[in-house]
Design a binder for this molecule. Sequence first.
Ligand code: HEC
Ligand code: HEC
Length: 86
Amino acid sequence: MQTRHKNILYNLLFLVVCAGVLLFLLFAPPETTKPLPHDQNHERFMTMKKKEAEKSCETCHFPKGEAPLPETHPPKYRCLFCHKRK
Ligand code: HEC
Ligand code: HEC
């Protein structure tokens, strides 16, 4: 094949891959991880520095605490990275 034709082919291939990635992102499932709740227990963490706030989470969210994490909970390093404040 001539180089020119090869280049056209590669360009087309590139476009197809881009379209694929775009479609994947458009149809990705919505974020389902629960955000930090707006209630008495959590309101004060909304405005705190994230790292500061995260130090307090496990005073209630530990195995014998008032709100233990589910057993299926993923690795819990940096709570607010997954449980967004909104
Ligand atoms: C004073 C105790 C306490 C502290 C501190 C605390 N929580 Fe909670 N949290 C609770 C209780 C009780 C519940 C369950 C009832 C509820 O939804 O408020 C809960 C529920 C949650 C939920 C589930 C909400 C839902 O929609 O079901 C998330 C997520 C959460 N907490 C994250 C955090 C994070 C992140 C921190 C640290 C920034 C934190 N909590 C600090 C007591 C606490
Ligand atoms: C890697 C992302 C991630 C991190 C980091 C994380 N969580 Fe979670 N959390 C999740 C997911 C996903 C679920 C739902 C898991 C399930 O139902 O088994 C969940 C569930 C919860 C629930 C129960 C919500 C309900 O369904 O009632 C609480 C409470 C909670 N997390 C608190 C915390 C706390 C506190 C921290 C930090 C110590 C933390 N999470 C860190 C992803 C995360």
